[in-house]
Structure formats: structure tokens, C-alpha cells
Design a protein around this ligand. Structure first.
Ligand code: 8X3
Length: 251
């Protein structure tokens, strides 16, 4: 039997991260599941008995990321697939009604944490001459919308970082993919962003959004493709969404 591959999934306590962890474990991976909430990680580890190594790690704390990677047990160190899923949006108010600390927090988690973890993981992949780095971008990194300001900018950063990473890794066998979903329901994304359960629910009124399982299915497909195939970026929307909306101010 082929050796079991190891994946590391960030933000694994809920939403996309939990669905991706479940899917990869069912696909036969051993998954290092990281997040801030220990109880949720423990539940997931119990559910996927033996195939998940739960690690409490805050993506906003680069020192903790480094320590976590250094302290992985020997049998969990050779990471084949990194899924940079952890990230958040805070607020939808247009400039100037924003909170600078919200902006900082998004940049710290979505950008700084992601690039640090990626760099630390890639060195091992290069030594072993194999690996796949996937990040969760967003359509907000391509299409602007009111109040998208720094959230969209972090996702644009991720998209370009992943394309540049692919370019730097040319000539190696390491694969790099950015997954860019649109409206996706059934996760904590809008509750975290809006801090209001009613408003969060209203985001999905009258729609059939993507689900976390749709994203997990896509990850599973991308990592399972033959090793010479690289999906650079993939944009996903539910059928009820379209990338329209160039704005004009009229007097
Ligand atoms: C999540 C999708 O459209 O709310 O990144 O920005 S959107």
C-alpha cells in the first residue's frame, strides 16, 4: 500500500477547514489540523480517529507558528499538502468608517501568518522534492465591492503570492494552487465579519450558496490530479452569483 500522505490544514475547527480536514482524512491522508479552539479540534480528531493530529495554533502569532512546526512529532513532520485556509474578514463599512485594528488583524492572519507558515513548510517540501501548497483566496481578491477594502486586498495579495510562488518553484515538482470562492454559506465567515447573527443570516437570504463541502471536494480533486498537473487558480461561484457590478456615481 502507498505510504499515507500528510496534510496540514489551518483554521480546521470549523467551516472550510473542518470540511477539508474531513475530506482529506476520508481520502486517506493523515491531517495536522490547526486552529485556536482546542475543544473543536479535539472533537474533530475523535471523529476521524487516528488520522488527525490536532494542534492549537494562532495564525496571528508567527512565533507560535514556528514553534508548532519545530515541535511536530517525527511521524508528522513530512508535510505533503499545506492548505492555507485560516483567514477572516472583519467589517463591511466603507472607508473611512473602519477600524484600524480590524485591518491589522486581517493583514496579520490572512497575509503575515500565511506567508510565514508557507515559507516554513516549503523548505521541507523542497528537501523532499514533493509537495502541494493550496491557499484559500476569494473572489474578493479579484472583484472590488463596497466595504471589501482590506479584506479584498489581503486576498489579492494571496492570489499574487501564490502565482509568484509557483514561478519561484518552477523546475521543482512542488504544486501551488489558489482557490477563489464566492458566496459560501454554512460557515462562520459572515458571523465573524458582521458580528450580528441576523445580518449574517440575511447575507444568504434567497440564495443557494456554495458550501464548505463544495470547497473540500475541489481541494480533494486538485490534490488528486496526476502529479504533472498544476491548477494555478480556480474561481468558484454559486450559480446564483455573477461577477458583475462596475459602479458609476451619478449626480
Ligand atoms: C468570501 C466571498 O464575496 O464575501 O471571500 O467576499 S465574499
Amino acid at each position: 500500500m502507498a505510504e499515507q500522505k500528510i496534510a496540514l490544514v489551518t483554521g480546521a475547527s470549523a467551516g472550510f477547514g473542518r470540511a477539508i480536514t474531513r475530506r482529506l482524512a476520508h481520502d486517506g491522508y493523515k491531517v495536522i489540523a490547526t486552529a485556536r479552539r482546542q475543544d473543536k479540534l479535539e472533537q474533530l480528531a475523535q471523529e476521524l480517529s487516528g488520522n488527525v493530529y490536532p494542534v492549537v495554533m494562532d495564525m496571528a502569532d508567527s512565533k507560535e507558528i514556528e514553534k508548532t512546526l519545530q515541535n511536530l512529532p517525527a511521524e508528522w513532520q513530512e508535510i505533503d499538502v499545506l492548505v492555507n485556509n485560516a483567514g477572516l474578514a472583519l467589517g463591511v463599512d466603507p472607508i473611512p468608517n473602519i477600524s484600524l485594528s480590524d485591518w491589522d488583524q486581517m493583514i496579520q492572519t490572512n497575509v503575515i501568518g500565511l506567508i510565514h507558515l508557507t515559507q516554513l513548510t516549503i523548505s521541507g517540501m523542497l528537501k523532499r522534492e514533493k509537495g502541494h501548497v493550496l491557499s484559500l483566496g476569494s473572489i474578493a481578491g479579484t472583484y472590488p465591492y463596497p466595504g471589501g477594502n482590506v479584506y479584498g486586498a489581503t486576498k489579492a495579495f494571496i492570489a499574487q503570492f501564490m502565482l509568484n510562488l509557483k514561478t519561484d518553484l518552477l523546475g521543482t515538482s512542488i504544486r501551488v494552487t489558489n482557490i477563489e470562492p464566492g458566496l459560501c454559506g454554512g460557515t462562520e465567515f459572515s458571523e465573524v465579519r458582521l458580528q450580528d447573527p441576523q445580518k449574517a443570516k440575511a447575507v444568504y437570504d434567497g440564495t443557494t450558496p456554495l458550501t464548505a463541502e463544495d470547497i473540500a471536494e475541489t481541494v480533494s480533486w486538485i490534490v488528486g490530479l496526476p502529479s504533472h498537473v498544476n491548477i494555478n487558480r480556480i474561481e468558484m461561484m454559486p450559480v446564483c452569483q455573477a461577477p458583475a457590478g462596475v459602479a458609476v456615481a451619478r449626480k
